[in-house]
Design a protein around this ligand. Sequence first.
Ligand code: 13P
Ligand code: 13P
Ligand code: MG
Ligand code: MG
Length: 380
Amino acid sequence: MGDKVTLTIIKADVGSIAGHHIVHPDQLAAATKILAEAKQKGLIIDFYVTNVGDDLQLIMTHTKGTDDPSIHGLAWDAFHAAAKVARELKLYAAGQDLLSEAFSGNVRGLGPGVAELEMEERASEPIVTFHADKTEPGAFNLPIFRIFADPFNTAGLVIDPKMHDGFVFEVYDVFEGRSVLMKSPEEMYDVLALIGTTGRYVIRRVYRKSDNLLAAVVSVERLNLIAGKYVGKDDPVAIVRTQHGLPAVGEVLEAFAFPHLVAGWMRGSHYGPLMPVPLRYAKVTRFDGPPRVIALGWNINKGRLIGPVDLFDDVAYDETRRQAQLIAEYMRRHGPFMPHRLGPEEMEYTTLPDVLQKLKDRFVKAEDAYKVIKKHSETL
Ligand code: 13P
Ligand code: 13P
Ligand code: MG
Ligand code: MG
């Protein structure tokens, strides 16, 4: 409350044109109208509406702190307006992420993903927001770790006295709905022991150790609400503060120069490379992918959003994109086989229980299998 500014990103897939491809411009317009009215009324200071693939992104600033019912309610209204457009145009999967009709003060548990960062604005407040489609929050584990813990990525960890103490990671257990705070570099191997399991342990927040400044937030909200049972992926967003005692923008982006494999892609059930793209390529085609991430650069000025700049709109990322294409081709050649296809416990779609049910009386002891084929050949 008061002078502190909160950057709130709430995103949802409320329908898209031609499959899970891209948000329709009329949906962006509908959401923009709702947020523009709220800005005029003074509820929010500023806003920006965009999309990555089929995920509608509401980027808002205000002074109401995190989890505020009026801000979450505003997002809910904007998503409903965009879902209404989707229904009118008979777009695909209209209202996909609006899991409940009833709003009760907070979008947590209702479907949308949320990343909120309340801050004491620094003299200059440069921020990068990341928005991904066709993947899950654990996709950010590798780059966020490298940004805040790997000196081969972030030179500042070694040479900037303000960062030299390291950072604290809050790691969230998706199944148990619990978090653990761990220090880096001291507990780096323990951090990695957890976050390498991207489907279960997700970096949720990162703090600067010297003063507990909140440096990064990742959306895990949807997973949060359904802790205990697997509910599929949620295309994630992340907020990273930068510069002046934090990783420089170039160090933050450097972690995305390697197109690592993430879970998601077609039917939320395949591993593929995370491809960093400019906004104009923030849409998916090949096999509903490959998974994409955009990076928007901002300066926050008394709550005003200065920007965005489209940070991956740079030839310096062409080689990463080319590598991602090669990896996409390589992974696709595996067709329905793991490790392209996810393991059975992680798939969004599966016929395995039906197939097993159908075959249940036909399973025999392995040593008796020859009898079945013998019987079969006798009947030919
Ligand atoms: P600061 O100016 O934020 O300390 O960072 C230095 C930098 O940007 C080098 O790339
Ligand atoms: P979204 O999660 O982006 O809606 O994608 C779903 C899907 O099945 C893509 O093939
Ligand atoms: Mg979709
Ligand atoms: Mg999506």
